[in-house]
Each structure stands twice: as structure tokens, then as C-alpha cells.
Design a protein. Structure first.
Length: 125
């Protein structure tokens, strides 16, 4: 985080492991050091999480859309699907596998483990 903070302040931009860029400051304007450093610390982690989620969403769409399983909501790093109760266990396994596969593509040194919950309604724990 210290390295990202310094790099974001000095270069004025950062990149996620997936290659997405973020401008941290306009080099032509005076900037608030604290805001730039804070943004620079958060972006590599939060940006990569967003990249992972988007990759998983795309893969899951290709797998689940032909089965008429719909993504009905996403909240930060959570996906909410609607399916028939008798399909829930199978769909949960597919979602878990695709989320972990997307995460492990970038996070090779650590295991990316997705938690899947089957419920009648979405509830933030």
C-alpha cells in the first residue's frame, strides 16, 4: 500500500493487475496529498476486486443465460441470482467455481475462496 500510495502520487496514475488504469491526479493542478495517497492505496485492491467480479459476471452470463438463470443484483463483491429451488445447489456450485476461477487468475500466490449462500431473499450479514 505504501508503494502504491507513493507511485500514485508521483506518476499520477495506477494500474490494476488486470491492466485497468486510474488517474490519481491531474499533473497540471495542485493536489491534496492526503486524497491522492488515500485513493492510491485503495485503488489496486478495490479495482482488482471490481475487475475479478466483472470477469466472473461475464463468464457466468455465458453459462447461466442459456439456462434462463438471471443475475438480478450485484453489490460490491456479491452477485445475486434467481433460480428454481431445485436448481439452487447446482447453480451455487457453478457460481462459486466461476468466482474462484476469476480470482485465482490474478491471485496465484493465495487462494481466492468465494462464499455462496442459498436463501429465499438477499440479506447482508
Amino acid at each position: 500500500m505504501h508503494k502504491a500510495s507513493k507511485e500514485g502520487f508521483q506518476k499520477g496514475e495506477l494500474q490494476t493487475l488486470a491492466g485497468r488504469m486510474c488517474k490519481t491526479r491531474d499533473p497540471n493542478k495542485k493536489a491534496d496529498d492526503y486524497k491522492i495517497k488515500n485513493k492510491s492505496k485503495n485503488f489496486p485492491v478495490q479495482g482488482l476486486c471490481a475487475d475479478i467480479l466483472k470477469i466472473a459476471m461475464g463468464n457466468l452470463f455465458l453459462i447461466l443465460e442459456p439456462r434462463e438463470i438471471k443475475l438480478i443484483n450485484y453489490v460490491h463483491d456479491e452477485l445475486v441470482f434467481e433460480c428454481k429451488a431445485e436448481e439452487a445447489d447446482e447453480i451455487a456450485a457453478i457460481v462459486k467455481n466461476e468466482m474462484e476461477k476469476a480470482g485465482n487468475f490474478f491471485l496465484r500466490a493465495i487462494s481466492c475462496i468465494a462464499k455462496v449462500t442459498i436463501a429465499d431473499f438477499w440479506n447482508k450479514e
